[in-house]
Design a binder for this molecule. Structure first.
Ligand code: MCA
Ligand code: AMP
Length: 497
């Protein structure tokens, strides 16, 4: 076999096992191997190796998505998944910033990206074109240390940065979770998460496919439909963001007593249920325990590091805590006094290990800034250790918002809003919310003699930013509260909502 990509190597061990269910169809590992080889052949054209060419793809989660990702890797390319909910400017940003040379698009998104196609800067394929059989090319050998994936993440800069992970990073990120959470070939997981983030791509899809398990895709989250799927009796593993558990609870609470007991029965025999991407509120954990008999396993991760800290598979899963370092991952807390040696003292979570990303794409200065001089990645999350378990206290930046599990930059939204002709100034903050974690909220200063209509602002914004970044609350002020240095006092502003 001619590849160093662990997922491909492993798939050859169990070709006949069921790998994927999507669109009511089942696919084996052999189907994945065959299709990804065809995709790789098409992408290579006459070349021997894509040699880390960036390949963007705007594709609905499912079998084709997975085969394309594998095909890009097998041809030697870097996979750059695009968010299917993003409006044109956000897609354009990722395609241009990654300097992608190839763009793969599902038929149903073609029209929406017509202006990009017309620019003719990238080679565009319709997804179906890459699955047409042809004489197979000889595929390059992919070394583990080659770049594999770029995921865009929002941070303390206005525009998202491309997080580059290598095949070695990905192999390790998968391996540590497979070990810690005891992934098994008989596992059957449902994936309701978007596939432009680590949670959906690594924790669910890739862990399942690494062990010969089955990953079933649902392309749009719907609490009722998901509960229905749970009652079919096939699924035994579930992972999601806290907002999804909140919505599943809401559905259960509103069901009849008979239905409630049917739903609870369906999930009581699951092997494992995991929550992450944002803080799991203790009341949600408690209610889910009452409904399902499961204590949700809460874990902590980040695009730059995959998963780093987790409650145990066996042993105490402590509500309100994220657990302990995963196997092979080094964690320390750091504050202005240096490394935190004692329990109950707050510090920034810093991470070192084979899970940590290679670089921010073409941003050497930002990459350097995100590590300490002795090579630890600075997460920006503040935590303490309490009786051997880490507990998150907050973030060091008020400009990062977590809503529905998505990381959102307040600065990015502010930059867009300020371009509106009726708005003089604005500040965006995250307001705590039981369902969403935080709600994106904007304070607007209207330009003199102008009027604004929230609906008009929202539909104007929708054309420029992803729907999950839209402000859901607005207030209007004559001027923004600022400190003596002229900086907006966002914590003060939050109280005004
Ligand atoms: C949607 N709505 C919202 C928000 N999003 N309201 C407030 N805040 C929001 N963020 C509203 C819409 O306006 C609409 O309202 C209604 O909710 C339904 O909208 P829809 O778009 O259909 O939402 P949904 O499909 O129900 O989405 C909820 C979701 C989604 C499934 C929880 O947000 C999601 O997939 N989140 C997961 C993101 C993720 O994978 N993050 C991982 C990244 P109306 O009905 O009034 O019109 S973090 C990561 O990967 C790291 C490594 C880690 O640790 O895991
Ligand atoms: P992202 O950059 O989208 O990968 O999001 C990573 C961020 O999500 C982390 O830096 C944390 O702030 C947050 N996060 C992930 N898991 C948890 C958790 N279990 N509890 C609190 N915050 C979390």
């Amino acid at each position: 076999m001619r590849t160093g990509i662990r997922l491909i190597k492993n798939a050859n061990k169990w070709p006949d096992r069921k790998a994927i269910i999507s669109n009511n169809k089942s696919y084996t590992y052999q189907n994945l191997l065959n299709s990804s080889e065809i995709v790789a052949t098409h992408l290579l054209r006459e070349k021997h190796d894509l040699a880390e060419t960036r390949v963007c793809f705007l594709v609905t989660p499912g079998f084709e998505y997975t085969a394309l990702q594998w095909g890009i890797w097998r041809a030697g390319g870097i996979a750059v998944p695009l968010c299917v909910q993003h409006p044109l400017p956000s897609l354009e940003y990722v395609i241009n910033n990654s300097r992608s040379e190839i763009l793969i698009v599902d038929e149903n998104y073609i029209e929406s990206i017509d202006p990009i196609i017309k620019q003719k800067k990238v080679i565009v394929y319709k997804t179906s074109e890459l699955f047409v059989k042809k004489t197979l090319a000889s595929l390059p050998i992919i070394e583990e240390n080659r770049r594999a994936l770029i995921l865009y993440t929002s941070g303390t800069t206005s525009q998202p940065k491309g997080v580059v992970t290598t095949h070695a990073n990905i192999n390790f990120q998968i391996e540590t979770l497979v070990t810690a959470w005891r992934w098994q070939p008989n596992d059957h997981i449902v994936n309701v998460l978007p596939l432009h983030h680590v949670h959906g791509i690594i924790n669910i899809m890739s862990c399942a496919l690494n062990v010969g398990a089955c990953c079933q895709f649902v392309t749009k989250f719907d609490a009722g439909k998901l509960w229905n799927l749970f009652t079919m009796g096939k699924i035994n593993l579930f992972m999601a963001v806290p907002t999804i558990y909140f919505k599943l609870i809401d559905y259960w609470v509103n069901a009849s007593a008979e239905k409630q007991s049917q739903l609870s029965d369906a999930i009581s025999s699951f092997r494992l249920m995991v929550s992450g991407s944002a803080a799991l509120p203790v009341p949600v954990l408690e209610k889910w325990r009452q409904i399902s008999g499961h204590t949700l396993l809460e874990r902590y991760g980040m695009t730059e590091i995959g998963m780093a800290i987790s409650n145990p598979f066996e042993g105490e899963r402590r509500p309100g805590h994220i657990g302990q370092a995963l196997p092979g991952v080094n964690i320390r807390l750091w504050n202005e006094d240096g490394i935190v040696e004692d329990e109950n003292i707050a510090g920034e979570i810093q991470i070192k290990g084979p899970n940590v990303f290679l670089e921010y794409w073409e941003k050497p200065e930002a990459t350097k800034q995100s590590f300490t001089n002795d090579g630890w990645f600075k997460s920006g999350d503040i935590a303490l250790l309490s009786n051997g378990y880490y507990k998150i206290l907050g973030r060091d930046s008020v400009d990062i918002i977590k809503s529905g599990g998505y990381k959102i930059s307040a600065l990015e939204i502010e930059d867009v809003i300020r371009k509106h002709p009726s708005i003089n100034d604005c500040a965006v903050v995250g307001i705590p919310n039981d369902e969403w974690g935080e709600i994106v909220s904007a304070c607007l200063v209207i330009a003199k003699n102008k009027k604004v209509d929230i609906e008009e602002i929202n539909s104007w914004l929708k054309k420029q930013i992803a729907p999950y970044k839209l402000p859901r609350k607005y207030i209007f002020l004559k001027e923004l509260p600022r400190n003596v240095l002229g900086k907006v006092t966002k914590n003060k502003l939050k109280n005004q909502f």
